[in-house]
Design a protein around this ligand. Structure first.
Ligand code: FES
Length: 102
């Protein structure tokens, strides 16, 4: 499925991300800046914080919610992008990458 990333510099990038990969994987594999993903996707760092503008995913786990409390500038639509796994039913996913993940 296609994922649209709005980066901290305001540029917008459309990337085709294979099913089974996460929104974080799609960013890292395409060398887009802003999603640091220090822990490599194991839901323990919060440097993959994004705002989920569009797209349906499972509700965050308690672990993800707790980590998001440490994410700078978190909002109700904040998610950890390594926990947003794409599948065939994901249409029109769009995230905004904050400039505070470093
Ligand atoms: Fe570390 Fe997502 S990559 S929590």
């Amino acid at each position: 499925p296609k994922v649209t990333y709005e980066l901290p510099d305001g540029s917008v990038h459309d990337v085709e991300v294979p099913c089974g990969q996460s929104v974080m994987d799609g960013s890292v594999r395409n060398n887009l800046p802003g999603i640091v993903a220090e822990c490599g996707g194991s839901c323990s760092c919060a440097t993959c914080h994004v705002f989920l503008d569009e797209g349906e995913f499972d509700e965050p786990t308690d672990e993800e919610r707790e980590l998001l409390e440490f994410a700078e500038g978190a909002r109700p639509e904040s998610r950890l992008s390594c926990q947003l796994i794409l599948d065939d039913s994901c249409a029109g996913v769009r995230v905004t990458v904050p400039g505070t993940n470093g």
